[in-house]
Design a protein around this ligand. Structure first.
Ligand SMILES: [Zn+2]
Length: 437
């Protein structure tokens, strides 16, 4: 048994006795149709009771404040969604709040102040929330993301709840290291997460965690948008990947790997990674490894579609090295997802938004359906699966007692037409309504 500090216990008891009775805050939602747990059946005429930001109960029928357990002194708000379809707040497992890709991106990287980037992050987190995404996982940003995460999660600003990886752990010249500038300018750009050799990679993971990373992301292969012609094959040695993953797990952090090339996908899975971002050139062996290690695939089809559009028909936007990779990678992702899904690989929803525009995250849904997922499976990917992939199933991913009071509503039935989710009518996060139309 864990020893309890006698002083602390006594102090806690004292507080319980002497503090006044605080009024609770109730949000009561009457849902005409309720998909409380994606993957399970839709329930009709339900009440969701949210007390102080967390779900207290899901009850059949439309109950009032008194039946929900509220007293005279409590604050109660009742929401009539009896004509709506209600589902859990959506999760995007792969965004970049610090930027939005444009022909000016390269210049902006050396123009914008940290303060300007911070404001962009807040603005973008608000856009994701208004699109129905109550939680996002930010997979690559400067240290500003930790302050933005803490401010939003403390309720000081309206925005999607943030889980942040912070910097991309990458080798010298790898995806996530700065590229395409003069040497003396490169020196001024953040590069503490660049590591070479197993020991140095342990240091980089420790440093990311000490600065505030909720989880670790490393780049197992080259990336499309890095201004280098080094391709999209494997970029870390096996011992480096193992060192990253073991150190992160030791520190209680899950690990995801950015990976396009088959050799990088498979090496990261062999090394024990928890999920793969993109996974573009995954083959049958990759799918076998995904299942063997129970790893998630976060396919980001929308990013593939977006970079393909930007690279076509001619190069006005991208430098030649980038354009070549965009055309090699982009068109492959959808077909890969089709094969992965058929093979039984677990899929979690992620868009790489920041490549595409903030607030358009739901465009991934019809692409997942095009790749063969049923609408229900696509919704599971963006709720229960993302929550599981983030190690946050106790807090998010379904409408169940104990979890955050995060829910969205639409007019039609997204199980009949997934495009319903492109235009979410109602957004509630921790019992507070941010959008209602
Ligand atoms: Zn990304």
């Amino acid at each position: 048994m864990k020893p309890v500090l006698p002083g602390a216990a006594a102090a806690a008891a004292l507080v319980l006795v002497s503090s006044p009775v605080l009024a609770a805050d109730y949000a009561i939602v009457h849902a005409g149709r309720l998909l409380a747990v994606p993957g399970k059946s839709v329930l009709k005429e339900q009440t969701v009771v949210i007390k102080d930001g967390r779900i207290a109960a899901v009850t059949p029928g439309y109950i009032d404040a008194r039946a929900a357990g509220a007293s005279e002194t409590d604050t109660v708000r009742v929401y009539d969604l009896t004509r709506k379809f209600v589902l859990p707040g959506l999760i995007d497992g792969h965004v970049h709040l610090e930027s939005e890709l444009s022909p000016r991106s390269k210049l902006e990287a050396v123009e914008k102040s940290d303060a300007a980037i911070t404001l962009d992050m807040l603005d973008n987190a608000r856009k994701e929330l208004m699109a129905g995404f109550t939680t996002v996982r930010d997979l690559g940003a400067g240290d500003e993301i930790f302050a933005v995460r803490d401010a939003i999660n403390a309720g000081r600003f309206a925005g999607a709840r943030i889980f942040a990886a912070g910097p991309l752990i990458t080798p010298t010249g790898g995806h996530g290291a700065p590229h395409g500038y003069r040497e003396d300018i490169l020196e001024t750009m953040p590069h503490y997460a660049v590591c070479n050799g197993a020991d140095d990679c342990r240091r980089a993971v420790r440093e990311a965690v000490s600065r505030g990373a909720d989880q670790i992301k490393f780049t197992a292969t080259g990336g499309v948008l890095s201004e280098t012609a080094a391709g999209t094959g494997v970029a870390f040695y096996d011992d480096e990947m193992r060192a990253i993953i073991e150190t992160a797990h030791m520190l209680g952090r899950r690990v995801t790997a950015h990976a396009h090339g088959t050799n990088g996908v498979n090496a990261a899975l062999h090394a024990g990674v928890d999920s793969i971002e993109h996974g573009t050139f995954s083959d049958d062996e990759s799918f076998r490894l995904f299942k063997k290690h129970s790893a998630y695939l976060v396919p980001t089809i929308l990013a593939g579609v977006t970079v393909t559009e930007m690279a076509t028909p001619d190069d006005t936007f991208m430098p030649p090295a980038v354009r070549k990779k965009a055309l090699a990678v982009g068109p492959h992702i959808l077909d890969m997802v089709r094969r992965a899904h058929k093979a039984g690989v677990k899929i979690a929803f992620g868009t790489d938004t920041g490549v595409s525009k903030h607030g358009q995250n739901a465009r991934e849904f019809p692409l997942l359906v095009k790749a063969g997922l049923s609408p229900m499976e696509a919704i599971e990917a963006a709720t229960v699966n993302d929550a599981d992939n983030m190690g946050q199933s106790a807090n998010i991913g379904s409408i169940a007692p104990g979890k955050f009071g995060d829910l969205v509503a639409v007019d039609g039935d997204p199980l009949a037409d997934i495009n319903e989710l492109l235009d979410v009518d109602f957004v509630m996060k921790e019992g507070v309504v941010y959008k209602s139309k």
